[in-house]
Design a protein around this ligand. Structure first.
Ligand code: UDP
Length: 428
């Protein structure tokens, strides 16, 4: 523990980094605990947001032992969510390095996660979504013959370079997992098209909506949790507020410059204010600070903790983003979203009429945003609350299915009383 009573994750990370080099081995396996052991793993902010409802539901079930392994491929953004959700990882691999390349990071996750598996020896690992943590943890499990459950399975854009490398991370995981928790019927169809057995696919809804609805209720009960956003609201009182986020690799360089140009143009309107939490990646942060700093109608702010960000979405009139998770959340809050990408693996919001693909293209972002700001009918058509991605009960469904699967496995592998020597004297 740290002096202020918090769990010292970095210390554990260092211990396990040493383990990965074969210097020290710590066995966490509790052989006296006969319950099925599920290890939940993640490494980034969006995964943590979408996995914390699952961890809570699993921990409610006393018949299951749940542990948490984080790779921390993002450090600060992950820590914000761990603190908010009060999750203390059993193992923290603390793998983030500055300017980390995909190849080196993938290799570190694969070897580090294998060590974590050898320490914990879980009966199953639960991975989430589309990150390198997802695909490399899955590979590590495959090498150790440990079954994998995939939460948020089946999203596909059909283009292996967009989102990159996320499309392939999902496909690798989909090829190995034996339980696929698809958020929507469309995702389940994509898995069936790839010959995943229908009996291994469960349509549960997206746990993003569980996290969102619970957090919205929490803010309603304790508004002071989002005090930072109230300050912002007062600063921009009377203006139409646009919330912006951008971080996708495909948009680095030219795309980010186009996005910055669009924001500058929109912020020249006297009736508009922009709130832009900057992703810490220098490819976003440095460029946006250079292009947008000092404009009276633009607030360039540090990444917000999840509670504050949910509140920011609630008070915004319009959201411009290239994020995957925000495309899922915004429809449940009734907020129109302009998706600054050329394709999406989440077309459900577009079909529901609450999101539009505008690309990372200055003219098209400005044209669509202006239409929504100036035309009440266009705005009303998109600002309708709906839940194409889930009903807020996905995590409970996932936990119930896991409990059933492992209870059935336990029944199937339990030695039969009739064949034991005591019950069958002929054999004794
Ligand atoms: N988010 C947050 N703080 C911010 C910006 C976003 O907590 O300043 C949340 C957002 O509500 C969503 C998730 O982070 O749940 C999306 O993460 P990101 O856009 O980084 O990743 P993606 O979803 O594209 O993988």
């Amino acid at each position: 523990m740290t002096p202020d009573g918090r769990f010292d994750r970095r210390g554990l990370g260092k211990l396990h980094a040493a383990t990965a080099l074969g210097q020290r081995h710590v066995a966490f396996r509790d052989s006296s605990d006969p319950r099925p052991h599920i290890a939940v793993t993640f490494g980034t902010r969006p995964e943590a947001i979408k996995m914390f409802p699952v961890i809570r539901e699993l921990r409610r079930n006393r018949a299951i032992r749940t542990s948490v392994i984080v790779t921390a491929q993002h450090r600060e953004l992950l820590d914000q969510v761990l603190a908010l959700a009060e999750i203390e990882p059993d193992i923290d691999l603390d793998l983030m390095q500055q300017a980390q390349g995909l190849d080196a990071l993938a290799a570190r996750i694969l070897t580090g996660f294998t060590t974590a598996l050898d320490d914990l020896m879980p009966d199953r690992v639960l991975v989430h979504g589309d990150t390198l943590t997802t695909s490399m943890a899955t590979m590590a499990c495959y090498f150790r013959r440990i079954p994998v459950g995939h939460v948020e399975a089946g999203l596909r854009s059909g283009n292996i370079y967009s989102p990159w490398p996320e499309e392939v991370n999902r496909k690798v995981t989909g090829a190995i997992a034996d339980l696929h928790f698809a958020p929507t019927e469309r995702a389940a169809r994509a898995l069936r098209r790839e010959n995943v057995s229908p009996s291994a696919i469960h349509v549960t809804g997206n746990t993003a909506i569980d996290a969102l609805l619970a957090t919205r209720d929490r803010i309603a009960r304790t508004p002071s949790l989002a005090w930072e956003i109230e300050k912002l609201r007062k600063r921009f009182d009377g203006k139409r507020l646009i919330c912006v986020t951008a971080h996708r690799r495909e948009n680095f360089g030219e795309g980010m410059r186009e996005i910055a140009g669009a924001i500058r143009e929109l912020s020249d309107r006297s009736d508009v204010a922009i709130a832009f939490p900057l992703h810490p990646n220098p490819g976003v942060r440095d460029l946006m600070l250079r292009e947008l700093n000092g404009h009276a109608n633009i607030a360039l702010i540090d990444p917000l903790d999840y509670v504050s960000f949910v509140r920011l979405m609630e008070i915004s009139d319009l959201i411009l983003t290239d994020s995957g998770g925000i495309q899922e959340e915004a429809p449940s809050l009734g907020k129109p979203v302009l998706v600054m990408r050329n394709e999406t693996e989440r077309p459900e919001a577009i079909e529901a009429g609450t999101a539009l693909l505008v690309g990372a293209n200055r003219n098209s972002i400005v044209a669509r945003a202006t239409q929504l700001l100036d035309c009440d009918a266009s705005y009303a058509a998109m600002a309708k609350a709906c839940n194409p991605f889930g009903d807020g009960k996905a995590a409970a469904r996932i936990a119930r299915i896991l409990a059933e699967v492992h209870a059935a496995h336990e029944r199937a592998t339990r030695p039969c009383a009739l064949t034991s020597p005591a019950a069958n004297p002929v054999n004794s």
